[in-house]
Every structure is written in structure tokens, then in C-alpha cells.
Design a protein around this ligand. Structure first.
Ligand code: 5GP
Length: 260
């Protein structure tokens, strides 16, 4: 597979063309951004960990029949993915209220929700990814009612699976963001899961201590982001136990333990 020209550069990832028009290479950067790009830095090793964690979760979702864009991981920072037409909506799934919803609605931080709550945000950095209603999505043709209904069903399955997967390793899945894309498979229009699922896109709290093991470590200046992401990777069985974790040995480990 030949790597072609850069097609798109986002805040945390870059997409490159390949010699197959249906496939692209997704490169995970070390850049961290928050608050609509107002806060930025580079955290060495973050891209490597997100590549591995996202590969693990998307492969597991595939195994339970949830179609997604991942074809295979190429190396420590890159994956081959299917080219999709991204639906311009961020689908936010909440099991526990924290983050923007607590500020927006005055809900107490840590409130456990009776049912998973799905929120929609328009993917538009210039507008600050505003919250929109299902009616806006339909009115402005960002997605059809049929597509939204399908995505909602998939989201609830993903949430159930991920709650269980993380619970099994002593982590609470608080909330997360998903993106979906349109693709033709055997000349049939389908909607599949796209983007990434990682500690950059989820809130993950230790089940016992509520320690944050996600991007809030950067957003809230808590520090130790790499040890937290490494902890998630180790608990999921992606990285093996070893003492003295640092970005450098995360990088080494990833190249040594690359899957065939
Ligand atoms: P909140 O709306 O509370 O800021 O975020 C809810 C969840 O969605 C969090 O897990 C957060 O990480 C994720 N999320 C929302 N918007 C974005 C985004 O633009 N980028 C990333 N990486 N995650 C997001």
C-alpha cells in the first residue's frame, strides 16, 4: 500500500490518500487541543497510545457486528481505514453527567443518568461545535431521520459493549463522542462507525478512586496524561505490565509489540 498526499489535517489526526481510492491512512498525532483549540500542546507518545487503544476497541466492536472504518493498524501511528463521507455531527453519549452538560444545565457533577443520554453537536470548529436538536439535523439535511434512528441503535449497542468492557478492567465509562460516515458496500448505502475511540474521545474514571484516565488530565491541567492513557492500555491488555512508564518506552513498546 502506497502512502499518497495529505488529504486532511485535523486537531489530532492526519488523513493520507493511498493507491486504493476506497482506503486512506489515518495518522495519530501527539497534538492535544481543548476548548475549541484555545489550549494546545504536544504530548509525546499520545498518538501511539490512541492508535493502539482505538484499534483495540474498534476491532472488538467489529467482532460483535458493529461495522466500522478500521481495516488494520499499519504501524505505531497509522491505520488503514475505509474512506467514508463523514456525517457532520458529533454524537455524544453520556452515562454520568460531567463536563459541558453540568455547566449548560446546572446538573450536579457526577450525577448518574437513569438512561444513556445522546446529544448531537454540529461539527464546526468556527461555531464551537454547537449543540443541535434532531430537528436541526433533519431540517438542514445533515442526516435523514432514518439515518439518525439507525445511528441511535448502533450507539446504544456500542455503549452497552464499552460499559462492560471497561467495567471488567475497573474503569467507569462516563461519556464519549462518536462519529459516523456513509459508505457504499456492495453497492448498498451503509452507515458505519468512523474516527477513533480513545481516552481523547471518552471520559474514563477509575471505578474505585474516580481518578481521571482521559483527556480531562490535559483539559484540567492534572498532568500525567501519558501514565493515565498507558494505564488504560495496560488494563485492556494492549500493553503489558512494566514499571516506570514514560512516553519514550511507550513508543518503544508499541514498535516491539506491533501486531502482524
Ligand atoms: P463535553 O460535551 O462534556 O465537553 O464532552 C463529552 C464527551 O465527548 C467527552 O468524553 C469528550 O471527550 C467528548 N468530546 C466532545 N467533543 C469532542 C471533540 O471535539 N473532540 C474530542 N476528542 N472529544 C470530544
Amino acid at each position: 500500500m502506497k502512502k499518497g498526499k495529505k488529504l486532511y489535517e485535523g486537531k489530532a489526526k492526519i488523513l493520507y490518500a493511498t493507491n486504493d481510492k476506497n482506503l486512506v491512512i489515518q495518522y495519530f498525532k501527539d497534538d492535544a487541543t481543548a476548548f475549541n483549540n484555545q489550549k494546545k500542546t504536544t504530548i509525546e507518545g499520545k498518538g501511539v497510545l490512541n492508535n493502539r487503544i482505538s484499534e483495540h476497541i474498534l476491532s472488538n466492536l467489529s467482532q460483535i457486528g458493529i461495522k466500522n472504518h478500521l481495516v488494520k493498524r499499519l504501524n505505531m501511528r497509522e491505520q488503514i481505514i475505509k474512506l467514508v463521507e463523514i456525517i457532520p455531527i458529533e454524537f455524544i453519549v453520556r452515562n454520568v453527567a460531567t463536563g459541558s452538560i453540568t455547566k449548560r444545565l446546572g446538573i450536579e457533577d457526577g450525577t448518574v443518568l437513569k438512561e444513556p443520554l445522546i446529544e448531537y453537536c454540529l461539527k464546526d470548529d468556527k461555531l464551537g461545535d454547537p449543540l443541535v436538536a434532531e430537528e436541526h439535523i433533519i431540517a438542514f439535511d445533515w442526516a435523514s431521520k432514518k439515518e439518525i434512528d439507525k445511528v441511535k441503535k448502533i450507539i446504544l449497542r456500542i455503549n452497552d459493549f464499552m460499559i462492560g468492557m471497561f467495567r471488567g478492567v475497573g474503569i467507569k465509562l462516563i461519556d464519549f463522542k462518536l462519529e459516523f460516515g456513509r459508505i457504499k458496500i456492495n453497492s448498498k448505502n451503509e452507515i458505519i462507525l468512523a474516527d477513533e475511540i480513545s481516552p481523547d474521545t471518552c471520559r474514563l474514571w477509575d471505578s474505585v478512586t474516580d481518578k481521571k484516565l482521559d483527556k480531562d488530565r490535559f483539559r484540567k491541567d492534572l498532568g500525567d496524561l501519558i501514565p493515565a492513557y498507558t494505564e488504560v492500555a495496560k488494563r485492556l491488555g494492549i500493553l503489558h505490565e512494566q514499571s516506570n512508564v514514560s512516553a519514550v518506552n511507550v513508543t518503544k513498546l508499541s514498535s516491539i509489540r506491533r501486531k502482524k
